[in-house]
Design a protein around this ligand. Structure first.
Ligand code: ADP
Ligand code: ASP
Ligand code: MG
Length: 817
């Protein structure tokens, strides 16, 4: 036998569909399984609408009638849906007379232009009264023997309207006496009660849960069930943290703590009567009735999981009292909290700096003013004497908290939490650990709340699965290849590396597109085309910042200077940057340093492996060498696949111009081959390697042999250039002939030694390691202290969209470490 009290919340009775579900659930419970009482809330949103009707009326605005009409319509619609002609008339008559009473009260408020808390409680009571009445009648039509019970006749409270306290002894006795003589299932109005004088009161928003607990405890049932619209108490509010999952078991204290810190799924006072009577609470989902939900009881099943859940209070104000007068003076906190308590200010969180120089308290915004006045009055003398400064108030803040019984015994939890927040650029305004050690909470800016929740959730529950939020600009050759590779690798990345990449924003030079839940990799082109938002890098950055997502990555696949100019802002916003674009790293040394510093300062990453040697691990190899304490003596490298191709193909059988044309026709060169032949691209690459070592070089310090003959440099078209070049081929023929005489080859080599960087066309013999370089390959040879006999050589295809995109993807994946 399992006698219960069951509560259905507003969301479980929010629509005719939902009410049908509730009826089915209750009808399926037969015999002893049937609960003694069903406590119901007002239909979803009705309480809000009642309050707003009253407030609008009190402001003297007749528009209150529209709101009250919506309320009337919602209830009539339910009656129309569930009852046939004869019953409908009967039900509507009863309903209409109740609603007429509401109309009368609202009109009264409109006339006197005033809605006291007492009147508001009266107005709010209509929500639960109508819903409990209708549901009891619907039950009757479904073979459930049920009675409507207006809780005001049983639940006795004090006169604190809007948040009344229940007189437990009287109420329990009333309930027991009443139920003794009843047979049928009682359908009880949640949320409401009455004072000794018979005035209607409410138990605080969300208070139907509390009503259920009171009824359950009074009747000594075996379980109190709270049915709602989610699978029980979850690791976080699923509306804010998509990856939240349900918790199967928790203690009363944990539930209390979690709800105290904002988990709306259960109203905090609910736990008290259940705990006192040792009755377990179970949270279940009306829309997934089979699911066992969450059991809240005394038992603390020790599990691996130290943190049970994370939650947030949307808006709080922080009051800070500082001053020399606080130090070492006993009784300051005592006076402070005494003053606040007398004004009935409930303090959510307290932190005291170890220096005792300041005390911070967090309160709901509605208490901000009263709290401030109370403190200022209490410490008026000290303030006047300058021992205590004025009270500083800070608003627009949220509290995020991690809660769990096992946290008490686990060191390092706070560190993990703050590290997770810090890594993602969430600034912590204040921190506190509850005296029960059941929670750790942090005050953060309101705009960071969602990010903070997700980051903490990830840190404690999903440390093995990570999600990167990607923003990509420039889906040209490399960019679109990258997206293609990510689409192909999606499954493997998830299963093998527990890594999920979501494309939140994408932009080409014309348009940009943002999709909070992510664009499917296969559809980005179509979706971007249909976007109506014009691309603007400033706006793009703004939107990334506003999205404020954890583990954000900006990927720049353009070769655009303007985009590169935005990196600093992006990094400063704790968004990682990954790019094959060399522009940013080859600007001035001071700009380069500024970028590096921005990344360090905001604890984020700036990766650009594909800057040099495309997908070849050049920069990472160099970094690893340096990190392991090695010293670079010399770097020699062929860093242009295009020039490697050209000088391999230029064997004397064909003219130099023909070879360059072939390279162009095969797509190996830039649209204007002079961009390759000028050597600037290679100069940028060797410059980046030099800077990586810490050498403060400027691009102008690199000695570059420009292979474009002087006369060809000013040609206005590529064709004109080819014409001019063919006239000057002898320069190249001569160089080749001289090399051949010595049994050597031409090779365009970048080198770095003794702090000097050069990029020159050189003649090399068979003993040189670059002599046998395959057509189009790159090679980078590092001569270091450790690799001094034989240099460490990285060799392979150093150009092409495929390998470049792969280099970018490798950087992105590395970010998830
Ligand atoms: P009801 O109408 O049933 O009383 P509420 O809206 O009061 O329902 O509470 C349920 C809601 O609480 C859920 O829809 C969910 O968005 C929110 N919620 C907040 N924190 C949590 C949490 N930790 N677990 C489950 N739900 C939560
Ligand atoms: N209807 C009330 C409210 O909206 C009580 C409840 O839903 O628990 O606050
Ligand atoms: Mg609720």
């Amino acid at each position: 036998m399992l006698r219960k009290v069951i509560k259905f919340g507003g969301s479980s009775v929010g629509s005719t569909e939902a009410i049908k579900k509730v009826t089915e659930i209750v009808a399926s419970m037969r015999g002893e399984e049937r609960p003694l009482a069903i406590v119901v809330s007002a239909f979803e949103k009705i309480t809000d609408q009642l309050i707003s009707a009253a407030k609008v009326a009190a402001s003297g605005d007749v528009a209150y009638k529209d709101i009250s009409q919506t309320i009337v319509d919602r209830h009539r619609l339910v009656a129309d849906f569930f009852f046939n002609c004869e019953r409908r008339t009967q039900i509507l008559n009863a309903l209409n007379s109740t609603l007429a009473e509401l109309e009368g009260i609202l009109y009264g408020i409109y006339l006197v232009r005033e809605a006291s808390l007492k009147t508001l409680d009266m107005v709010m009571s209509f929500g639960e009264r109508c819903s409990a009445f209708l549901i009891s009648e619907i039950f009757k039509d479904n073979a459930i023997q049920a009675d409507y019970l207006d809780a005001r006749i049983l639940v006795r409270t004090d006169e604190r309207f809007s948040k009344a306290k229940v007189d437990v002894d009287t109420t329990y006795e009333n309930i027991r006496n009443y139920f003794e003589s009843r047979q049928g299932l009682q359908v009880v109005t949640g949320f409401i009660g009455a004072t000794l004088r018979g005035d209607t009161t409410t138990l605080g928003r969300g208070g139907s849960d509390y009503s259920a607990s009171i009824f359950g405890a009074a009747l000594g049932v075996e379980e109190i069930e709270i049915w709602t619209d989610v699978d029980g108490v979850m690791t976080a509010d699923p509306r804010k943290v998509e990856k939240a999952f349900s918790i199967d078991q928790m203690t009363y204290e944990e539930a209390m703590e979690l709800s105290h810190f904002g988990a709306k799924v259960i109203y905090p006072p609910t736990m008290q009567p259940a705990l006192a009577a040792h009755i377990p609470l179970r949270i279940k989902n009306t829309f997934n009735a089979e699911f066992p939900g969450t059991l809240i009881s005394e038992k603390n099943i020790v599990s691996q999981q130290v943190v049970k859940g994370v939650s947030a209070i949307d808006e709080i104000s922080l009051l800070r009292i500082e001053g020399s007068g606080m130090v070492g003076v006993p009784g300051v906190s005592h006076r402070l909290f005494g003053a606040l308590a007398r004004k009935e200010v409930s303090v959510i969180l307290i932190t005291q700096a170890s220096s005792e120089h300041s005390i911070c308290i967090a309160v709901l915004p509605e208490f901000e003013l009263i709290a401030r006045e109370a403190i200022e009055a209490e410490f008026a003398l000290e303030i006047q004497a300058g021992q205590i400064d004025e009270v500083v108030v800070e608003g627009n803040l949220s509290i995020v908290a991690a809660v769990g019984e096992n946290m008490r015994h686990s060191p390092g939890i706070a560190g993990r939490l703050f590290q997770a927040l810090g890594k993602n650029g969430v600034n912590i305004v204040a921190i506190a650990q509850g005296s029960s050690e059941l929670n750790i909470s942090a005050v953060v800016s309101k705009k960071d709340q969602a990010k903070a929740l997700n980051v903490i959730h990830e840190a404690f529950f999903l440390s093995d699965k990570k999600r990167l939020n990607l923003f990509l600009v420039g889906p040209g050759k490399v960019g679109s290849k990258l997206l293609e590779q990510m689409a192909e690798q999606e499954g493997a990345m998830l299963s093998e590396q527990c890594l999920e990449i979501r494309l939140i924003g994408v932009a080409d030079s014309n348009k940009m597109l943002f999709v909070p839940k992510g664009v499917a990799f296969a559809n980005w082109k179509k979706d971007l085309n249909s976007s109506t938002e014009a691309m603007d890098i400033t706006q793009f950055v703004k939107k990334m910042r506003a999205a404020n997502l954890p583990r954000s990555v900006f990927v720049d696949c353009t070769a655009d200077d303007n985009i590169a100019a935005a990196y600093k802002d992006i990094l400063s916003a704790s968004i990682a940057v990954v790019t094959p674009n060399k522009k940013a790293n080859s600007r001035s040394w001071s700009e380069y340093k500024a970028l590096k510093n921005a990344a360090i300062k905001s604890n984020t990453k700036f990766y650009y492996e594909a800057n040099v040697g495309a997908g070849l691990p050049v920069i990472s190899t160099l970094r690893d060498l340096l990190l392991s304490g090695d010293e670079v003596i010399k770097i020699e490298a062929v860093l242009s696949g295009t020039l490697s191709f050209i000088f391999n193909a230029f064997t004397g059988e064909r003219g130099f111009t023909d070879v360059v044309k072939e390279a162009r026709d095969k797509g190996y060169t830039e649209p204007d081959p002079r961009d390759d032949l000028s050597g600037m691209d290679v100069a940028r690459k060797i410059l980046i390697l030099a800077r990586e070592i810490g050498i403060a070089l400027e691009l102008s310090d690199v000695e570059v042999e420009n292979l474009v003959p002087a006369e060809c440099r000013n040609c206005s078209t590529v064709e004109e250039f080819f014409g001019e070049l063919s006239q000057r081929e002898s320069i190249f023929d001569d160089r080749l002939a001289r090399a051949k005489q010595r049994g050597e080859k031409l090779c365009y080599i970048a080198s770095l030694a003794n702090g000097r960087a050069t990029v020159l066309l050189r003649s090399i013999g068979p003993e040189h390691p670059f002599y046998s370089l395959a057509v189009g390959d790159n090679v980078i040879s590092f001569l270091t202290k450790r690799y001094c006999e034989r240099p460490l050589v990285v060799r392979g295809p150093g150009a092409g969209t495929d390998v470049t995109a792969a280099g970018v993807l490798a950087d992105i994946i590395r970010l998830s470490d």
